[in-house]
Write a protein that binds this ligand. Structure first.
Ligand SMILES: Cc1cc2nc3c(=O)[nH]c(=O)nc-3n(C[C@H](O)[C@H](O)[C@H](O)COP(=O)(O)OP(=O)(O)OC[C@H]3O[C@@H](n4cnc5c(N)ncnc54)[C@H](O)[C@@H]3O)c2cc1C
Length: 535
């Protein structure tokens, strides 16, 4: 097969005519292509009058034609080499106890899936509930402000990303990233995620996909237990030997040969337990701020030059960066046509995040605007960043009125440093509701100032970004983990052998795909070291 790179296809022709463009570069007729598939597709909207897709495709044709095309000297043509992951040899060391995976977010899900594929029949424990029950619990919180501390946006099947935009972008060049997308596709995700530069699947599709993956794990001999929380680890001579699990209020003990610790960043009680049990960790820099909402139509106009293009291109995205003194300030996790969602996982917390459906067809665009913070702001104790985030979330809870409403402000009021009044044309999407407030009362000065500097800088990059009516909702405190669980070159905890800390909660990932890759990496390490044991 031949790979053709840098094909520029006007966006209107991209769905129907791309093969014609590919054939033209090879100097053959479209009918001469025996097969053709898209490898990469990214949007270039820098010139509003000439919006194009940049595509790479792989085609096959008669061998003589392929030879002629490759010999043409066109630098866009090359022989296609299908990327292959390295083969994994099963290890020989005996396992003393089961392989346990704690947490069924992307890191645990993909780690467990891989272990199950190789015959390790993992025991998976997840403190939250399965997706269908979890949806009811989360909607109960959004509609009636009744929070279930064990089943919410952070805890339950699929982990924190289940109620998300399902953006599947990652900066990682790891080949496992392609595996993650392939496995998602096999479990119901649209094929396009394998080639789009910025794939997303939306919360509506993601919910079914994570359940389908869990069913695959069970079919391959794995066991998945919900409402089961890791409450204690049992160690001998610096090595893990077992775990204590709280299942519906009852404590059970399980022997454990290797533990994939994929707890995410919401499980602050589990961090405290692990630290108390001697698991080494340290604070790490992260970023905090709030969510901003604009009309999606306005973002489409700014990015595409007109709103009609959005019908074919989908709701427009953006990503902006700036500085406020020594600190970086940037937009994060932008959700086109989405909603701001309440993501609390404990009492007296107000935490915001963003979510959208596959169609991305809601009225508002939202994104986090966050400012970098680090140990110089909160100290060097292992959990000082966690305590810092807890304080911000409590302050937001109190400023919002103490009933899980979030404090919110119009942008003009925020920039003028005053308490906000009634909202204008942009209505906040956060449920269970917002309370107009002076946001600087729940944010440190350098964060509030950083957001102000950010909005002003961003409006120079995107004219109109400082729209008076745009809405800010606080507090965005979980953009990434404030703590890192230290691991050695074999991926095990530096202080307790047999524990493989992975994913966002361990401080090694910041998104669905990177967490999934990290979970797979830990599974591979276990597979290469131990031989599967019968249970
Ligand atoms: C609303 C929202 C929107 C997001 N949008 C995106 C997006 O569009 N794209 C993207 O890439 N990322 C997004 N993220 C971030 C992404 O969800 C996380 O980076 C990712 O889920 C981290 O995966 P993880 O497996 O490491 O941890 P998590 O997904 O947090 O999963 C950890 C799991 O462990 C369980 N657990 C914790 N403690 C215990 C215990 N003691 N015993 C048993 N189980 C336990 C939890 O219940 C949880 O299910 C979003 C996050 C949120 C909250």
């Amino acid at each position: 097969m031949i790979q053709i790179n840098d094909i520029r296809v006007p966006y209107r022709d991209a769905d129907t005519e791309w093969k014609k463009y590919a054939a033209k570069i090879c100097r053959v007729r479209e009918e001469d292509l025996k097969s053709a598939r898209i490898l990469k597709k990214s949007l270039d909207a820098r010139k509003k009058q000439d919006i194009v897709y940049l595509m790479s495709v792989a085609v096959s044709m008669d061998p003589k034609m392929e030879k002629r095309a490759l010999g043409s000297g066109d630098s866009r043509l090359q022989l296609y080499a299908h990327p292959h992951a390295e083969e994994i040899q099963l290890g020989t060391e005996p396992l003393h106890g089961r392989v346990v995976v704690v947490g069924l977010g992307p890191a645990g899900l993909f780690g467990a899936y891989m272990l199950a594929c190789y015959g390790y029949r993992p025991l998976v424990i997840e403190r939250g509930r399965p997706v269908n029950e979890r949806v009811r619990d989360v909607e109960g919180f959004w509609n009636r402000a009744v929070l279930d501390p064990e089943s919410n946006v952070m805890f339950g099947e699929g982990g924190a990303g289940t109620f998300s935009d399902g953006k599947l972008t990652s900066r990682s060049k790891d080949i496992r990233g392609m595996e993650v997308l392939r496995i998602f596709k096999e479990h119901g995700a649209p094929e396009e995620i394998e080639y789009l530069a910025k794939p997303h699947i939306g919360t509506d599709k993601l919910r079914g996909i994570v359940s389908a993956m869990r069913e695959s794990i069970e079919r391959m001999g794995g066991e998945v237990h919900f409402s089961c929380r890791l409450d204690q680890i049992v160690c001998e001579d610096g090595k893990l030997t077992g775990i204590r699990i709280c299942r519906n209020g009852k404590i059970e003990t399980e022997s454990c040969g290797a533990l994939v610790l994929a707890i995410g960043q919401g499980a602050r009680d589990t961090y405290r337990m692990l630290l108390g049990a001697g698991v080494s960790m340290q604070p790490k820099p992260f970023a905090v701020g709030c969510r901003i909402e604009h009309p999606q139509e306005m973002i489409n106009r700014i990015q595409f030059g007109n709103t009609a293009a959005a019908k074919q291109l989908g709701a427009a995205e953006y990503r902006l960066t700036g500085r406020s003194g020594d600190r970086g300030v940037y937009t994060f996790c932008m959700c086109p046509g989405g909603k701001v969602v309440a993501s609390s996982s404990g009492k007296e917390q107000v935490v915001v995040n963003g979510m959208s459906d596959y169609a991305r067809d809601a009225e508002n665009a939202n994104a986090a605007i966050i400012v970098q913070v680090g140990p110089e702001d909160f100290g060097t104790d292992p959990l000082s960043g966690v305590i810092y985030a807890e304080r911000l979330e409590r302050d937001a809870f109190l400023l919002g009125g103490g009933d899980f409403r979030a404090p919110a402000s119009r942008v003009d009021d925020f920039l003028a440093g005053r308490k906000s009044g009634p909202f204008g044309n942009v209505l906040p999407s956060y449920k269970p509701g917002v309370c107009p407030a002076d946001l600087s009362r729940c944010l440190p000065d350098y964060v509030a100032g950083g957001i102000r500097d950010g909005i002003l800088a961003f409006s120079r990059q995107m004219k109109g970004y400082d729209l008076a009516d745009a809405v800010l909702t606080a507090v965005e405190s979980r953009s990434s983990s404030p703590v890192r669980i230290l691991r050695d070159e074999d991926g095990e905890s530096v202080s307790v052998g047999g524990i493989y800390p992975v994913g966002e909660g361990a401080g090694y990932a910041g998104g669905i795909v990177s967490a999934a890759i990290d979970g797979m990496r830990a599974a591979e390490r276990i597979i290469r070291r131990y031989r599967p044991s019968s249970i």
